[in-house]
Design a protein around this ligand. Structure first.
Ligand SMILES: Cc1cc2nc3c(=O)[nH]c(=O)nc-3n(C[C@H](O)[C@H](O)[C@H](O)COP(=O)(O)OP(=O)(O)OC[C@H]3O[C@@H](n4cnc5c(N)ncnc54)[C@H](O)[C@@H]3O)c2cc1C
Ligand code: SF4
Length: 349
């Protein structure tokens, strides 16, 4: 019997790692700081996921039930690792709940933090109730309440989606592209048009990054089938005339100022590094990269390594990632951790 593998974080990456390890007979201790498993898609109440179109509660909820029903996985919720010492094959972790875990390897699947739009005050979030974020719209859809203006519950007739809120913005120290928010925004725009066919939806963008095959199924489909309108613009501010929200900026294709009224403005928020990364790095003795994500080792040969031997990393802990890539990385980290514990136990040469 090999020692356990410690997995920190039970989002898509951590769940995939735990499931993969258990499926080959490896014991796992899964430590999640929240009282529920599932990571951002469950904790933030995402609706239908891209690209599968499955509801998050079914797709990721299914992963949660799989792991919770797995005898080889010990789940510890509502706690964190506070101390972590030892060497590959023989680590000891002390948890905030007072328990200890002996582990041959560890996988950090501690994910990301949603950008807080109050850090972009000129775009109206926190000042005007009908300026909302993509996560709030996901929750409106997943709760079954439909798309409604928070101020008075009316169905909006004109909606603006502003891309790159908290991403690609050097002024607020966030240079990275969050990878998924263009595609998520196209999807939300189509969902609004489907629920409210009379509602006009505009997407304001710097560039559209519906990467790979998403160009056809989200970008072009949203325009051709759902009549979503795209405006290349630099947004200066979101204000109100007392009745409507007013989006002001410059249309950068025709180089003209724009001032357009809307009922609802949606911020396509980006993916920040986990706010706890400094303490996670200190506890586990791993390096962070320049923006505060957990630094990866080699990009190819030794996938999922961190700067500390025996401690692996997967998913959005390393930077913006999609769910399917986070799952793939969780499985790759599981393979690396398994190889290590089996080597230490003399199972593999
Ligand atoms: C608005 C929005 C919509 C999105 N929609 C989609 C989509 O439709 N399709 C798609 O592919 N991607 C989507 N994404 C991206 C998706 O959220 C991520 O790809 C995914 O959540 C990453 O999974 P993860 O397991 O790496 O991290 P997370 O989902 O962030 O999970 C990390 C887990 O670790 C826990 N944790 C954190 N710190 C600690 C700690 N110190 N100790 C223990 N536990 C800890 C957290 O509580 C959490 O449960 C969206 C992102 C945003 C912002
Ligand atoms: S995916 Fe799109 S919205 Fe998100 S940061 Fe990149 S370019 Fe901006």
């Amino acid at each position: 019997m090999t020692g356990a593998v410690l997995v920190a974080g039970a989002g898509p990456a951590g769940l995939a790692a735990a499931q993969a390890l258990a499926s080959v007979g490896q014991r796992v201790v899964l430590v999640e700081k929240e009282s529920r498993l599932g990571g951002a898609p469950i904790l933030s109440g995402y609706a239908k996921l891209v690209p599968s179109g499955e509801w998050a509660k079914d797709a990721i909820g299914g992963m949660v039930s799989g792991v919770e029903g797995e005898a080889l996985v010990t789940v510890k919720k509502g706690t964190r690792v506070e101390q972590f010492g030892g060497a590959p094959g023989a680590f000891t972790a002390r948890l905030a709940d007072g328990s200890s875990v002996e582990a041959g390897a560890a996988i950090l699947a501690t994910g990301f933090t949603h950008f807080d739009s109050v850090n972009k005050p000129e775009w109206g979030f926190g000042t005007f109730p009908d300026v909302v974020t993509t996560t709030q719209v996901e929750q409106m859809i997943s709760s079954g309440g439909g798309i409604r203006c928070p101020s008075d519950g009316r169905a909006p007739r004109r909606v603006a989606i502003l891309l790159c809120v908290g991403s690609r913005d050097r002024q607020i120290g966030r240079e990275w592209c969050s990878k998924i928010c263009c595609t998520v925004s196209c999807n939300i725009a189509m969902e609004i048009r489907e629920e409210l066919p009379e509602c006009h939806v505009y997407i304001y963008y710097m560039d559209i990054r519906t990467f790979g095959l998403y160009e056809t199924s989200y970008y072009w489909r949203s325009q051709e089938e759902f009549k979503v309108k795209y405006i290349k613009a630099r947004i200066a501010e979101v204000t109100s005339d007392g009745e409507k929200l007013i989006v002001k900026g410059e249309d950068t294709l025709v180089k003209r100022p724009i001032t357009i009224p809307f009922d609802m403005v949606i911020h396509a928020i980006g993916m920040d590094p986990n706010v706890e990364n400094a303490s996670i790095a200190r506890v586990f003795g791993v390096n962070l990269q320049e923006h505060g994500h957990i630094a990866k080792g080699s990009a190819y040969g030794a996938l999922c390594e961190t700067s500390r031997p025996g401690v692996f990393v997967a998913g959005a802990a390393t930077g913006p990632e999609t769910i399917d890539d986070s799952i793939a990385q969780g499985k790759a980290a599981a393979m690396a951790a398994l190889a290590l514990v089996q080597r230490r136990d003399g199972i593999a040469a």
